[in-house]
Design a binder for this molecule. Structure first.
Ligand SMILES: [Mn+2]
Length: 345
């Protein structure tokens, strides 16, 4: 794992600088890698006998408000993980946060040139997920191997195993694991269970966070049963009714599932159709009047991060971003036709 930005030593210095009297917040992303990152960061603080005052599991777009909350709560140190804070054009709020707080960020999303000079940021290439970065940094303090189960799930969730060294890491405990069978073996199974719980409890992720802390897999399996039913239904709908735009190799579908399962459906369909671009638009549960879009290109032939950014350009209150092979965004429902036109033209 190579750091594209930042140094291990800076992180250790940051952790060493945290004192009992500090008010520490952990802010992390609302997906599996984000929850696992927060889990590890809390363990690290626990090792130092420090209890974080706040643990916030958020969407990228909520970061600015989260900083406001931190200020109100008197937070002075922040550990920020798996948040693509520099992913939008206007990142003044983020740069200012380094003045307002003693802040350290660990992330694996592309680097915005505007943050190049900021210390206290570690960035890796996309396949090296935030959980893996934190896990390797923690080894400086103690042996974190009792969290291996969660690291493995995060490596699957963020598709980190496509980097050979990460697949090899998984093979230490699961020698027969390959890109093909990973979903049927323990790390893939666990990823699907935690992933389903994240979808089921999307409005109350602290619940999932506590399940992880208790290693309460049973409760997450219950949620998975419900999610699986809905997942099957909408995967079939997509297969039956998606529109195919041949020149762009785009499979486009609009539907309105009960849970936020579009992203997971896209991932599955993309594995089945690696050379096609899978695009699933649904109604946003979080923001009425808005649509949510997920896009995947498993082969990486099309950069779906660029594709979605192009597709929302000029649309009111729209945003898009993510990775080359997996990206997402939102736009107003009234702009669905405009979005589609931008997408396929
Ligand atoms: Mn991540």
């Amino acid at each position: 794992m190579k750091f594209l930005m930042g140094h291990e030593k800076d992180f250790w210095n940051f952790v060493d600088s945290i004192k009992k009297e500090d008010k520490v917040a952990i802010i992390s992303h609302n997906d599996l890698d984000g929850l696992a990152s927060a889990f590890l960061l809390e363990k690290l603080l626990d090792f130092k006998k420090i209890k974080p005052k706040l643990i916030e599991i958020i969407d990228y777009g909520d970061l600015e408000n989260c900083f406001v909350k931190c200020k109100k709560e008197g937070i002075n140190k922040i550990l920020l993980s798996d948040i693509y804070a520099d992913g939008r054009d206007d990142i003044a709020f983020f740069i200012n946060a380094f003045r307002d707080f003693d802040l350290f960020m660990i992330d694996h999303h592309p680097i915005n040139p505007k943050i190049r000079n900021i210390k206290n940021i570690i960035k890796t290439e996309t396949p090296f997920c935030a959980t893996l970065i934190i896990y390797s940094l923690m080894k400086h303090y103690f042996d974190p191997s009792d969290s291996d189960w969660l690291l493995e799930a995060a490596l699957v969730a963020d598709r980190s195993y496509f980097a050979e060294e990460n697949l090899k890491l998984l093979q230490i405990k699961h020698p027969s694991i390959t890109e093909k069978n990973i979903m049927e073996l323990i790390p893939g199974e666990l990823m699907q269970t935690i992933g389903a719980a994240i979808i089921y409890y999307a409005d109350d992720l602290k619940k999932v966070y506590n399940f992880l802390k208790e290693k309460n897999i049973k409760s997450m399996e219950k949620a998975r049963k419900e999610i699986d039913k809905e997942f099957k239904k909408w995967t079939n709908e997509f297969k039956k009714n998606a529109e195919f735009y041949e020149t762009k190799k785009i499979l486009f579908f609009y539907g309105a599932p009960k849970f936020g399962i579009t992203s997971a459906i896209c991932t599955t369909l993309s594995i089945e159709n690696p050379n096609k671009v899978i695009v699933f638009v649904s109604d946003s549960q979080r923001e009425p009047g808005k649509c949510k879009v997920s896009a995947r290109s498993n082969s990486g032939e099309v950069d779906v991060n660029i594709l979605l950014q192009k597709s929302v350009r000029g649309l009111e209150s729209a945003m898009a971003g993510g990775h080359k092979k997996a990206s997402g965004g939102t736009f107003l429902k009234k702009d669905l036709e405009k979005f589609k036109k931008n997408l396929v033209s």
